[in-house]
Unconditional design. Structure first.
Lengths: 80, 576
């Protein structure tokens, strides 16, 4: 999957899980930038992304991401 | 079933029209998502859960301190979640001697906690049991070694069951069963656990939340009382009208096993006190034939309270069944293999629960097991007679049709009532009725056996329960009144409910005559009543007015001196 497609898909997941049509994310977006993205909803996002892309993140990966860009890289690598 | 994301969206909706329950949740692992799941599922069940959640791992501190936030919250129900992971952690840190006794140690500590909750508040308690962790230290040999973790975990689950079977205000929510149903890989996600201390996966939350709500709703009186069965391809394989009795599949023929096992399941429900009815699109005599003649039928006519087989539409037939049973549509479950029939009932009678049965009859039971349709918070031996009582009622109604004047019919019934105080024999039934009665219930206060026992011995209360029998049969205990002493020679009617089976017999008048006499004997001058409206008790809105009470602000008062005995065709049973 091309990175732009992955970003769109993840953006849709953010919109659905956080229940906010207005959310627009890019590679630099962090939890500080999005109101509803907290430690709890973070878990929901991870599980939703895992389901949507059909993959599993390791506990190390979950802890390491600092922003959306790192998340997208991880997804892209796993997809290969 | 909705997933967690969908459930969470319910949290933003308007709960204000639903009945409320105050629930405290305390866990030794992360409970935030569980609390969200419970509250969210509550919306779909039409309950507004006001939840207080303890901080992480604060169970002991909150429970043992009599002035803690837990008690300040005044919970009606306290939910305790002791996780298997924390149990394993304790086990791992213990020496060999302690490991061999960890089930005993934990049970003792749980008893201390539940006793303290019991002493400090009237709250009911729900405890999750332990989902299994097989640490594979001994393999299957764990089963032979008392000191192994698995042996101790299973022992602890057994201790919980034993304890719960003795304490009526304590309920176990079967987490272990949920893990069995969905499998450990779905139930527990290690990567999430390591980061967050969440022992339930996002996928497990809807089912765990649902099982928790099943108990909370049952505590509030919302539970299923009746199962209505289609016949063709539901109770047996094939179509009786086309295939004939020799070719329907039940027992050893074809996939008959699926239907036989289903029938055994229904038979168990009947024994438990769930009313079984039949609603089939068939000529009656044709539908009856397998019950009367097929040697491998497990369900017998004796098991069926109301048997309806005709060519009318099923929604109308279910309305007819409801009018005989006099229970709410929302306490009925309708099982039919035909999606067309299911939809008709769903659209016309939205309150009836209509499971979306799997296409393959082999899957019926596993699907129904998972739905957990028949949660309850009480059970008495008298439940087993319920089917018989409804069959008797059907007979009564047939006779009633022959009379044009109700009074003439009532006279011929030869009705008697036995009036008693609360005794150890009737207390279980009294408590159960307080939980089941929705329509003829003036204040809808739910009592458990423990609550009734306390009232029975308290000087503050005067209570009576009433049976009703007639020439057709005995309805058993069907009405309860609890009076509480107030100042100024006044008795407040804390509780007055009656089973809907005996409406329109003149029981209200009989009960009032009885309690007026009783109150006068004890020197009281005024009976004071209150009507607390609920979603289901509209029928008794004018109860006190119709009995001649006078309205006094939010209450109703009856002057005992000027009371004139009311007419009723019920006599006191002097022989008992």
């Amino acid at each position: 999957m091309v990175e732009l497609d992955i970003l769109k898909k993840v953006n849709d997941i953010f919109i659905d899980v956080l229940d906010d049509e207005e959310i627009v994310i890019d590679a630099t977006t962090t939890a500080d930038d999005v109101d509803e993205w907290d430690s709890l909803t973070h878990i929901q996002l991870i599980v939703a992304i895992e389901k949507s892309f059909g993959l599993r993140f390791t506990s190390q990966e979950i802890q390491e991401w600092k922003n959306v860009g790192e998340m997208l890289n991880c997804i892209e690598n796993k997809n290969k | 079933m909705k997933n967690f994301n969908q459930i969470k969206k319910n949290l933003k909706k308007d709960f204000s029209s639903f009945k409320g329950i105050r629930v405290a949740v305390l866990g030794d692992s992360s409970t935030q998502f569980l609390v969200q799941a419970i509250k969210g599922i509550g919306f779909d069940r039409k309950v507004n859960l006001t939840i207080w959640e303890a901080d992480f791992n604060q169970i002991e501190r909150q429970v043992m301190d009599p002035v803690s936030e837990l008690y300040e919250f005044r919970p009606e129900v306290v939910v305790l979640f002791f996780s298997s992971h924390k149990l394993l952690e304790k086990y791992n840190k213990s020496n060999l001697g302690e490991q061999a006794k960890i089930a005993d140690t934990e049970m003792s500590s749980i008893k201390d906690l539940t006793n303290q909750i019991h002493n400090q508040s009237g709250a009911k308690i729900i405890i999750y049991n332990y989902s299994e962790i097989d640490d594979a230290i001994f393999g299957s040999f764990s089963n032979k070694l008392p000191s192994s973790f698995l042996f101790q975990l299973r022992k602890l689950n057994y201790y919980l069951m034993s304890y719960a079977s003795e304490i009526s205000n304590l309920f176990i929510c079967d987490l272990s069963s949920v893990q069995n149903q969905i499998g450990k890989a779905s139930f527990f996600q290690p990567s999430i656990y390591v980061s967050t201390e969440m022992v339930l996966s996002i996928d497990a939350l809807p089912l765990v939340g649902s099982r928790t709500l099943d108990i909370l709703c049952a505590i509030k009186g919302d539970f299923k009382k009746c199962i209505i069965l289609d016949l063709d391809n539901t109770t047996w394989g094939g179509v009786i009208g086309d295939d004939g009795m020799e070719n329907i599949q039940v027992g050893s023929l074809g996939i008959g096993k699926a239907f036989t096992e289903f029938q055994y399941w229904v038979k168990k429900l009947k024994s438990r006190g769930i009313i079984v009815s039949v609603c089939s699109k068939n000529t009656e005599s044709v539908a009856l034939e397998p019950f009367e003649k097929h040697p491998e039928m497990v369900l017998q006519l004796d098991d069926i309270s109301v048997f309806v087989a005709n060519w009318e539409n099923k929604a109308d037939n279910i309305r007819h069944i409801q009018s005989i049973l006099n229970i709410g549509f929302d306490s009925m479950v309708f099982i039919d293999d035909n999606p067309f029939e299911r939809n008709i009932v769903r659209e016309n009678l939205p309150e009836v629960t209509v499971p979306e049965m799997p296409e393959d009859p082999a899957e019926y039971l596993e699907y129904l097991y998972k739905l957990n349709l028949f949660e309850t918070v009480s059970h008495s031996k008298l439940d087993t007679d319920r089917t018989k009582l409804y069959q008797i009622e059907a007979n009564r109604l047939k006779t009633q049709k022959k009379f044009t004047k109700v009074e003439d019919f009532l006279k011929t019934l030869e009705m008697y009532s036995t009036v008693s105080k609360f005794t150890k024999f009737n207390i279980p039934r009294v408590a159960q009725l307080s939980q089941r009665s929705n329509q003829f219930n003036l204040r809808t206060i739910r009592y458990t056996e423990d609550d009734i026992k306390k009232i029975a011995i308290s000087e503050e209360y005067i209570s009576r329960c009433f049976t009703l029998e007639d020439k057709f049969g005995d309805n058993g205990l069907i009405s309860v009144v609890i009076l509480r002493k107030e100042e100024n020679k006044t008795l407040f009617i804390d509780t007055w409910f009656m089973s809907c089976r005996v409406l329109k017999r003149g029981m209200e008048a009989f009960v009032l005559n009885t309690i007026v006499n009783l109150s006068k004997e004890k020197g009281f001058r005024i009976l004071k009543g209150e009507y607390i409206p609920s979603l289901k008790n509209g029928m008794v809105k004018n109860h006190y007015k119709e009995l001649g009470f006078a309205a006094k602000k939010d209450f109703w008062e009856l002057n005992l001196k000027t009371y004139k005995k009311k007419n009723s065709f019920i006599e006191i049973n002097k022989t008992k």
